[in-house]
Design a protein around this ligand. Structure first.
Ligand code: SF4
Length: 360
């Protein structure tokens, strides 16, 4: 393990012991049946929705034997509303198989768990680690996001390459004798601190070495192939001004607008409607900026590309100093900005506001 990987693993467990306040009914659960049930119910279901189903199932079928012996219709009725009926079918099939071939006791080895119908690598790792503390890393969306940001990995998480790379890294940073705790910690950390939008970087335990934080890439990581191909994308730009200069950067990744320049980008999965408070929170949480003058928040701009529609707002901010994560940006005197190549989306804004002396 590299030093940063070791440090990551240690700090994660420390955070879990001292600061992790996330409560889930199945947290700390050691019964493989209950862990399995919660994972199957939560696949493609929001936690808030899945919770009541989990509780109803446990109440009606407290053990795997109860589930295996239940009539199909009763189980399907309880499943109603969750959709994906194949998952329910597999659930019943596997419960019956475990009762028949394993005398009602869940297999303890990862490979045997993975061989069960309806159980993929993620669920197998969750059962093996949470129930039996075996050293298998869970790799879900939260884990992808945390690892991509902390280690600055821009391989698309939904590509084949990405899956292999992230699974390897997730297992490499796993603390083997604390697998259950580690897995719980990283998932909770992703859900409550390193959130998809506006993560709490400023108070984050990894912020001294997190690559995304250091290099102001928090909003660009993780990369998803699907998002790059998505029809609607939401780009908000923070235009930072420092002593009469604007902070700009070249787009170098394999996305749209390659080699053109841009300001500090906040890409989000959904439209964000910025206001003073939200901008101030974002500046503080992501860049550690406590004092700044938010001089202008634009209306929504739209640009239709051939395959994508880009929309978002521009926020003009005057900085008293350039914080560390933004020091890799180029400082361009206001008067010279028009000489640089920007995408049309940005040019639309610059052109519309160039005569406003308070802005440019
Ligand atoms: S510093 Fe920010 S991006 Fe990095 S791990 Fe912490 S919350 Fe996530």
């Amino acid at each position: 393990m590299l030093d940063t990987e070791k440090q990551f693993a240690q700090l994660l467990l420390q955070w879990h012991k001292n600061d992790n306040k996330r409560l889930m009914p199945w947290k700390g659960e050691k019964d493989p049946y209950k862990i399995w049930l919660s994972e199957i119910i939560l696949q493609q279901t929001r936690v808030e929705q899945g919770l009541s189903y989990y509780e109803k199932f446990i109440q009606q079928f407290p053990t795997i034997n109860h589930l295996a012996n239940a009539q199909d219709e009763v189980v399907f009725k309880l499943w109603e509303g969750l959709g994906y009926y194949n998952r329910c079918k597999n659930l019943l099939h596997t419960a019956r198989l475990i009762c028949k071939e394993y005398q009602g006791t869940f297999p303890t080895e990862y490979d045997a768990i993975l061989a069960l119908k309806g159980i993929g690598p993620y669920t197998a790792a969750a059962i093996a680690s949470f129930a039996f503390n075996q050293p298998y890393a869970v790799v879900d969306g939260n884990v992808f996001r945390v690892l991509a940001r902390v280690f600055g990995i821009s391989t698309a998480i939904d590509s084949l390459d990405g899956k292999v790379r992230f699974t390897h890294l997730a297992n490499k940073v796993l603390t083997p004798n604390s697998a259950a705790m580690h897995n719980q910690a990283i998932m909770d950390f992703g859900a409550t601190v390193c959130k998809p939008f506006n993560p709490l970087c400023f108070t984050c335990v990894f912020n001294t070495f997190c690559v995304a934080k250091q290099e102001a890439l928090v909003n660009q990581l993780p990369v998803k192939e699907k998002v790059l191909l998505k029809k609607k994308r939401f780009f908000s730009y923070f235009i930072f001004e420092y002593q009469g200069n604007l902070l700009i950067k070249k787009r170098t990744n394999s996305d749209i607008w390659q080699n053109l320049h841009e300001f500090y980008l906040v890409e989000s999965a959904e439209a964000v409607f910025w206001n003073q408070q939200l901008v101030a929170e974002s500046l503080l949480q992501q860049l550690g900026i406590e004092k700044a003058d938010i001089v202008h928040i634009s209306p929504m701009y739209v640009q239709q590309l051939t395959h994508q529609k880009i929309q978002g707002q521009f926020v003009k901010i005057v900085l008293p100093e350039v914080p560390k994560p933004l020091q890799q940006y180029q400082l361009v005197p206001l008067k010279e900005v028009s000489a640089w190549a920007f995408p049309k989306f940005i040019n639309q804004y610059l052109e519309a506001n160039s005569t406003q002396s308070s802005l440019f």
